[in-house]
Design a binder for this molecule. Structure first.
Ligand SMILES: Nc1nc2c(ncn2[C@@H]2O[C@H](COP(=O)(O)OP(=O)(O)O)[C@@H](O)[C@H]2O)c(=O)[nH]1
Ligand SMILES: [Mg+2]
Length: 275
C-alpha cells in the first residue's frame, strides 16, 4: 500500500487511501500551543514569519492588527490566519499584546508564544522554547539575543546594545534576578502566568514588556532563556533613539517600582493578582 504525505493549509496529513487519513499534528504533552502575532505595519514580513511557524506542534495563530497603515490584514487573510482581530484605533504595542493574550486564553491555550511578525526572531526556535514549558520545567521561556552573542551579530545598533546591557545590569540588581536581557521580544508564557498576572493594568506602550517580566518575578515564577539569533533590517526595527530613551526611562521606573513594592514602600496595581 502506498502511503502519501501531503500538506493542506499547514496541516500535515498522512493519506492511507481516499477514505482514510491521519492528521500528523503532534501535541507536546497534550498542551495546546497558540502563537500570537502583535502586528503593526507587518505586511512585508508577515508571510516570511508565518511560513516558518512549525505547524506540527502549533495549534492556532492569532494576529492582532493595531490599525496598520499598510495591508497587514489582507496579507494575514491571504496566508490563511484564522483568528484576525483589528483594532479600530492604534493602541500601541502593549495594548496590542493585551488583545493577543485575551484571545489566546479564550481559545484555550496552554502555552502562548509571542512572536513579532517583523521576522526579527526566527520561528524555528518555537519548538525549543515551548518544550521547556510543555514539560513543566519553566512557566516562561525567552529567546535571548545576548546569550550566544546574537544581538551584535544580527546588527543591533551599538547604542541599543549598550542600553540593553546597562539596563539589564540595573534591573538584575533591583529585581534580584539573573536574566541575560530584559528586552527581547521573543517570549513564551504558560496559561498559569497569563491567568495570574494582571497584564491589563500595564502600559499600552513598549514598556508593557518590561512590566510583564517584573510581574512574573514578583509573583514568584521563573523564566528560562534560550540563545536566539536576531536580524536588524529596516522593516524589522522602527524604534529610534528618542523612543528608545523613553522606553529606557520606563524600564528604570518599572525596576524601582518593583523594588519599592518588594520592600513594602509601595503597593502598585500591576502586582495585584487576577485570580
Ligand atoms: N501595536 C503596535 N505595535 C507597534 C507599534 N510600533 C511598533 N510596533 C511593534 O512592536 C514590535 C517592536 O517594534 P520594532 O520596531 O520592531 O522594535 P525593535 O525591533 O526593537 O527596533 C514590532 O512587532 C512592531 O510591529 C505601534 O505603534 N503599535
Ligand atoms: Mg523588531
Amino acid at each position: 500500500m502506498a502511503l502519501r504525505y501531503v500538506e493542506i493549509k499547514k496541516q500535515h496529513i498522512l493519506v492511507i487511501n481516499q477514505n482514510c487519513y491521519f492528521c500528523l499534528n503532534i501535541m507536546i504533552n497534550n498542551k495546546k500551543i497558540v502563537v500570537v502575532l502583535p502586528a503593526y505595519n507587518a505586511a512585508l514580513t508577515l508571510k516570511r514569519t508565518y511560513d516558518e511557524i512549525p505547524f506540527d506542534i502549533v495549534d492556532d495563530v492569532v494576529l492582532v492588527d493595531d490599525c496598520s497603515k499598510d495591508n497587514t490584514v489582507e496579507v494575514a487573510k491571504s496566508v490563511g490566519i484564522k483568528h484576525i482581530i483589528s483594532h479600530e484605533k492604534n493602541k500601541g504595542y502593549g495594548g496590542n499584546q493585551k488583545t493577543c493574550y485575551d484571545k489566546a486564553l479564550s481559545l484555550g491555550a496552554d502555552i502562548v508564544v509571542m512572536l513579532h511578525p517583523d521576522y526579527q526572531y526566527t520561528p524555528k526556535l518555537i519548538q525549543s522554547l515551548t518544550y521547556l514549558l510543555a514539560h513543566d520545567l519553566y512557566p516562561a521561556a525567552f529567546g535571548s539575543r545576548i546569550l550566544g552573542g546574537g544581538a551584535l551579530k544580527g546588527g543591533m545598533p551599538m547604542y541599543k546594545y549598550i542600553f540593553n546591557r546597562c539596563l539589564t545590569l540595573t534591573q538584575n540588581i533591583l529585581i534580584g534576578q539573573k536574566l541575560s536581557e530584559y528586552h527581547t521580544g521573543y517570549r513564551v508564557f504558560s496559561k498559569d502566568i497569563l491567568e495570574k498576572i494582571n497584564y491589563h493594568a500595564n502600559s499600552d506602550d513598549f514598556v508593557f514588556d518590561n512590566q510583564m517580566i517584573s510581574q512574573i518575578f514578583y509573583a514568584g515564577f521563573s523564566i528560562a532563556e534560550v540563545t536566539c539569533p536576531t536580524k536588524y533590517f529596516p522593516e524589522a526595527s522602527s524604534i529610534n533613539f528618542s523612543r528608545s530613551l523613553k522606553y529606557g526611562l520606563g524600564v528604570l521606573g518599572t525596576s524601582f517600582t518593583h523594588f519599592f513594592n518588594k520592600i513594602g514602600l509601595m503597593k502598585s496595581e500591576i502586582y495585584k493578582s487576577k485570580k
